[in-house]
Design a protein around this ligand. Structure first.
Ligand SMILES: [Zn+2]
Length: 166
């Protein structure tokens, strides 16, 4: 399934870490199991232990945004936390930024298709406009991305930093 959007979420919970509790919650809600054996409806979770954890392969159906067929068309990325009540930490902003840029490059997803959950649904999720923090860097990469060599360099650098989930 080709993915042309990214939807950013927050978990709305404050416990830590959250990978297992979200998985159990989404199992109880009857979300479909992924090829990796998880029920978490997001593809990726930026957990409170500063690790990026995967519930679903990018190509798989998600269970995080029903509107506009987004479960079919998008990759769901969740930041663990409730950002209607807490401020994001610097590492959360940085890690989300790197994850988004990596997904944009890997799947050829343009900036305008990087959405907040509340852009497509009546929800407070993901709490704040993460794009304010994300877009400067993403735009910079798009502007300088004149050729494959630059693209490869960016990917190589990201792979080093994100080796725990690639
Ligand atoms: Zn959401």
């Amino acid at each position: 399934m080709r993915k042309s959007y990214i939807v950013i979420h927050n978990s709305g919970a404050m416990n830590e870490p959250q990978f297992e509790s979200i998985n159990r919650y989404h199992m109880r809600r009857g979300f479909p199991v992924s090829s990796l054996g998880y029920y978490g409806g997001y593809h990726l979770l930026i957990d409170t232990d500063e690790k990026v954890k995967r519930y679903r392969e990018d190509r798989e159906l998600g269970a995080h945004a029903r509107q506009r067929m987004m479960n079919f068309r998008s990759i769901g990325v969740c930041v663990a936390g409730d950002f209607t009540r807490q401020k994001p930490k610097e590492w959360q902003i940085q890690l989300l930024r790197e994850v988004i840029v990596k997904l944009q490059i890997q799947h050829g997803i343009p900036l305008k298709n990087v959405l907040l959950h509340k852009n497509i649904s009546a929800t407070a999720c993901p709490g704040i406009d993460w794009r304010e923090h994300l877009f400067n860097r993403a735009i910079e990469i798009q502007k300088t991305d004149g050729g494959e060599r630059i693209k490869e360099n960016v990917l190589r650098r990201l792979k080093r930093r994100l080796k725990h989930f690639i």
